[in-house]
Design a protein around this ligand. Structure first.
Ligand code: GZL
Length: 323
């Protein structure tokens, strides 16, 4: 075979193998399944466990090949995971940013690699919204506002100062920043509400208990605890009871998430109100990932429905709770 023809054939074969390799990589080894890299925050709370379960089960059902990483609540681990997904040439990257800032560099790498990114659960504060295709998750400011609105109604017409202690979520995270802002916005109209102490419990039961113990030592008169999630509220309940006080009565408790243990605590009279934050995002995430991978247009923001539950509703609602 003349030299020219051989080189043309070789070039053709090389190009074909390259295309096959790319298409094979881009469809998870050529089996036609979408490959989704998911960088999860960690396993810090009941909410997070339910969120992970939802993502895994939905990927199974949607026949999506899921590459999953648990960052143990460390941003550097999430960044490493995203870089690994880029090297593996996944089709789509999704993650729940543990904190709002510090993502531009790694998301620019994903953009340069032409791998679309979906934010799920938590948002980032980057000015460059081209770094992600869509954000699927709750409105945390609204959740904080719902918490504050319950409190203002609970104390409507009552005189005297209401001393509030606040267990914040992970420092720098969107839910912590926004739940704090929404709550402050809701109560700022009435000077009787005073946040006398506010500190992070990092969304965990252990830290929630530890910080509540410190609050009980430093604050002579606490009327209300506002906890940014149920796990910290449940830890705080242990501290309150060990201090000889009645949670839900001596200290009213407002919490966020709506995990089963919180509903049980409400039914037991230990938590007064829970603002729901829906972790069951898996189905919507898979639908978005498939659309995004095909270049179909998706909304820039996809919110989730969630309610508010009081003690009166807790016992009846408990059997139907999905997480
Ligand atoms: C909220 C989520 C928060 C939960 C916590 O969407 O990011 O993180 O409220 C979880 O329970 O740890």
């Amino acid at each position: 075979m003349p030299k020219k023809v051989v080189s043309a054939v070789a070039a053709g074969l090389l190009a074909a193998s390259f295309l096959t390799a790319c298409s094979a990589d881009s469809t998870g080894g050529g089996d036609g399944r979408l490959v989704l890299g998911f960088a999860q925050v960690g396993a810090e709370s009941g909410w997070r466990t339910a969120n992970t379960k939802s993502v895994r089960e939905s990927a199974e059902e949607a026949k999506v090949t899921l590459k999953f990483s648990d960052a143990q609540q460390k941003q550097e681990n999430q960044i490493k995971a995203i870089r690994s997904f880029i090297q593996q040439r996944v089709d789509v990257i999704a993650f729940s940013p543990v904190v709002e800032s510090g993502w531009d560099t790694v998301l620019k790498e994903a953009k340069n690699a032409k791998i679309p990114v979906v934010l799920t659960d938590r948002a980032i504060d980057s000015k460059d919204t081209s770094l992600y295709t869509t954000f699927l998750g709750s409105d945390f400011v609204e959740e904080g506002k719902k918490a504050g609105d319950w409190l203002t109604k609970e104390y409507e017409g009552k005189d005297g100062t209401v001393n509030i202690v606040e267990l914040q979520g992970t420092t720098g995270s969107a839910p912590a920043n926004d739940r704090r802002a929404g709550f402050a916005q809701a109560v700022k109209g009435d000077p009787k509400f005073k946040v006398v102490a506010s500190q992070t419990g990092d969304f965990t039961r252990a830290k929630g208990k530890e910080v509540m113990q410190a609050f009980l030592k430093s604050q002579p008169d606490i009327d209300v605890l506002y906890a940014h999630n149920d796990d910290m509220a449940l830890g705080a309940i242990q501290a309150i009871e060990e201090a000889g006080k009645k949670p839900g009565t001596d200290i009213k408790i407002i919490s966020v998430d709506g995990i089963k243990d919180a509903f049980q605590a409400m039914a037991d009279g230990k938590i007064n109100v829970v603002v729901e934050c829906n972790p069951l995002l898996g189905d919507q995430l898979m639908d978005l990932a498939k659309k995004v991978s095909k270049g179909e247009s998706v909304p820039a923001r996809v919110k989730v429905d969630e309610g508010v539950f009081t003690q009166e509703q807790a016992a009846a609602a408990l059997p139907d709770r999905k997480y």
